[in-house]
Design a binder for this molecule. Structure first.
Ligand SMILES: CC(C)(COP(=O)(O)OP(=O)(O)OC[C@H]1O[C@@H](n2cnc3c(N)ncnc32)[C@H](O)[C@@H]1OP(=O)(O)O)[C@@H](O)C(=O)NCCC(=O)NCCS
Length: 176
């Protein structure tokens, strides 16, 4: 199992694309709004990679966004999910979003992949210079809460959201 940054070479190789598109269909069919990032849906895979590369370099970011890196979780040659690692925190991320978001495709949930993707994302975060990672989840997101706690999350507080949305639970993980 590994995390891969989706580069142009990776897309051109066509490897993992079938499972990537199947996963997007599954995600479109779910009603949950807990995507790990609100990256605009790209029209083409070239545009998708261009956007992720630019955003990882801090270029062409939407207002109030910080630079971030995206990785695909691959297992047995299949796309399983993705994670977004924000390089720094702004006020919104400090109170709501945290450093790392992750999504597992619906057909692969409850098989340990969520726990694994955060474990691997923490290794990438460390490479990006993050020693203490802030990870957050909605208070009713039991799966994500367990994932954070299994990865050593230390609870800080529950944060109110201004839009009346349910509270966010904030946890810190020291990355060794
Ligand atoms: C949350 C999410 C990442 C969980 O992924 P996953 O692959 O199912 O996670 P795991 O298999 O590692 O599960 C970890 C634990 O949570 C439990 N769990 C997972 N989903 C659950 C759910 N919907 N309800 C209750 N428990 C759940 C698992 O049974 C497991 O419990 P255990 O440790 O006692 O065995 C996945 O549901 C998802 O992508 N959701 C939408 C995006 C999202 O919410 N991202 C997190 C943003 S904070």
């Amino acid at each position: 199992m590994q995390l891969l940054f989706p580069t142009h070479e990776l897309i051109e190789s066509q490897q993992f694309l079938k499972s990537f598109f199947e996963a997007q269909k599954e995600l479109d069919a779910t009603k949950d709004d807990r995507y790990s990032n609100d990256v605009p849906r790209p029209k083409t895979m070239k545009e998708y990679v261009d956007t992720l590369l630019a955003h990882s370099r801090g270029e062409n970011l939407p207002n109030d966004w910080v630079s971030y890196s995206t990785f695909w979780l691959i297992d047995n040659d299949e796309f399983i999910g993705d994670t977004h690692i924000r390089h720094t925190l702004n006020d919104h991320l400090r109170n709501i979003g945290g450093h790392i978001g992750y999504t597992i495709r619906p057909s692969k949930r409850k098989q340990g992949y969520g726990t694994k993707i955060l474990k691997l994302a923490l290794i990438e975060a460390k490479k990006l210079g993050i020693d203490f990672a802030l990870i957050t989840c909605d208070e009713t997101n039991i799966g994500s809460k367990k994932i954070i706690e299994k990865n050593g999350g230390i609870f800080e507080k529950a944060s109110e959201q201004s839009d009346g949305h349910e509270k966010k639970l904030l946890y810190w993980i020291k990355i060794s």
